[in-house]
Write a protein that binds this ligand. Structure first.
Ligand code: G3P
Length: 218
């Protein structure tokens, strides 16, 4: 299972990368805005800075919603670095553009996916990644993990190469459940990744080991 971090914050990306378990980064316009990144050139420079930290898989989202605009922006984003994956919304022109990028050998991440039918379409268009938003489904009283399981079954039925990138992850148990179901990737806030480290019995056990060591060794 790949671990991506879902942020545009360079310090958080560095911290996750330094842990040695990070396979990529996902961003979106809201995450870029949160970091105060604005203006086309600054946005491109920020994506480049992210690419300079990690080894691969940096999702950069288009703003355009029409086919020609998505294709134009996608090319601009892909030019920034080979590590860029063009993130395209699940809309009609987005699907057409994903098919185009697939034929051009440009990797894509189909975002804002909330149903198995949408995920099927993204795979048919050749998306490299499909991003079901599980937290937002949970927020709307629909089981996000159920959607991951449905997509897993559909992709396995037909041998689709599209990787399931579980997005909108809110906590560590989302990651664990996604791993059980067979999501290919989880993109998570830093807190959820670091949360995987924690267990109170680990802390208690370590304290006892160190106390016992000190008793004998001073
Ligand atoms: O990057 C897309 C996704 O992970 C958004 O998450 O927390 O805004 O629902 P969230």
């Amino acid at each position: 299972m790949k671990f991506f971090i879902d942020t545009a914050n360079l310090n958080e990306i560095k911290e996750a990368y330094d842990l040695g378990v990070l396979d990529g980064v996902t961003t979106n316009p809201s995450l870029m805005a949160k970091e105060g990144i604005k203006g086309a050139e600054n946005i491109k420079a920020h994506y480049k800075a992210i690419c300079n930290i990690v080894d691969n898989n940096v999702s950069a989202e288009v703003i355009a919603t029409d086919y020609a605009g998505i294709v134009r922006e996608g090319h601009e984003l892909a030019k920034i670095d080979d590590k860029i994956v063009v993130k395209v919304p699940m809309i009609k022109d987005g699907i057409k553009a994903i098919k185009y990028f697939t034929n051009e050998g440009i990797r894509t991440n189909c975002t804002l996916v909330f149903s198995a039918g949408q995920a099927l379409l993204a795979a048919k268009a050749g998306a490299s990644y499909v991003s079901p938003f599980i937290g937002r489904l949970d927020d709307a009283s629909q089981d996000g993990l159920e959607l991951i399981a449905q997509i897993r079954q559909i992709y396995d039925n037909y041998g689709f190469d599209t990787e399931i990138l579980a997005a909108s992850i809110r906590h560590t148990m989302h990651i664990v459940h996604c791993a059980e179901i067979g999501a290919d990737v989880a993109t998570c806030p830093l807190s959820a990744i670091m949360g995987l480290l924690k267990h109170p019995l680990t802390d208690i056990g370590l304290e006892k080991f160190l106390t016992d060591y000190k008793k004998v060794n001073g």
